[in-house]
Design a protein around this ligand. Structure first.
Ligand code: CA
Length: 215
């Protein structure tokens, strides 16, 4: 975490520790470069020794870690500039820690699944062909809407694990989409009907969903 505001830095540091991260907090661009390598960068753009945009460009050259820009500069132009730079996401102060952590997890999951998701995948009776974007159950093709396909495809990347509604929202609707997560339940209900009993999408109350192989 590159953050020169001590109050924000220490609050965020503790919150990230509670979430299971091992944060390293620095307050200058020079210390940020010295702290590498890291797995993730939270970058404040307003730094005392160097412009954060410059530091971002330098980080991209020397580090493969995903970067979320955390900044007080919140106009739409700034947001677009931040994302245009190639930041993985952009969070404007003040923000909730839970929102930030959800966004970090979504970025990590996207990064991990980009590498890990195979072209064809079987989970019990379910078969997903990512090149053709088709879903089969016991060899029979299921006619999914694009959103339904995106949901089942995302759940199938990590069968047996709970996927939160926020993660689904970020993946299927995009990280910058704001709205009720309840609509996911509507799509999942429709998907369940189409998939039948051979494929089970469990609801984990208050959290999200899990794809399980019932056989
Ligand atoms: Ca600052």
């Amino acid at each position: 975490m590159v953050e020169d505001d001590r109050a924000i830095a220490s609050a965020l540091h503790r919150a990230l520790e509670r979430e299971g991260f091992s944060p390293v907090t620095v307050g200058t661009a020079a210390d940020a470069l010295n702290a590498l390598p890291v797995d993730f960068v939270l970058l404040d753009l307003g730094l005392p020794d160097r412009d954060g945009v410059e530091l971002f460009a330098r980080l991209r050259e020397v580090s493969p870690a995903p970067v979320i820009i955390v900044t007080a500069r919140g106009t739409e132009e700034d947001r677009v500039a931040g994302l245009d730079l190639g930041a993985d996401d952009y969070v404007v102060k003040p923000f909730g820690v839970r929102e930030l952590v959800a966004r970090m997890n979504a970025v990590l999951r996207r990064a991990g699944s980009r590498d890990a998701a195979p072209t064809d995948q079987r989970v019990g009776a379910l078969e997903i062909d990512r090149r053709a974007r088709t879903v089969h159950v016991d060899g029979v093709e299921i006619a999914c809407t694009p959103k339904e396909y995106a949901i089942i495809e995302f759940l199938a990347r990590d069968p047996g694990s709970v996927i939160t509604r926020q993660e689904l929202l970020d993946s299927v609707w995009g990280a910058n989409w704001y709205g009720s997560t309840k609509m996911i339940d509507v799509h999942v209900a429709a998907l369940r009907k189409k998939l039948g009993d051979a494929v089970v999408i469990e609801t984990v109350r208050g959290v999200g969903f899990r794809l399980v192989d019932p056989r």
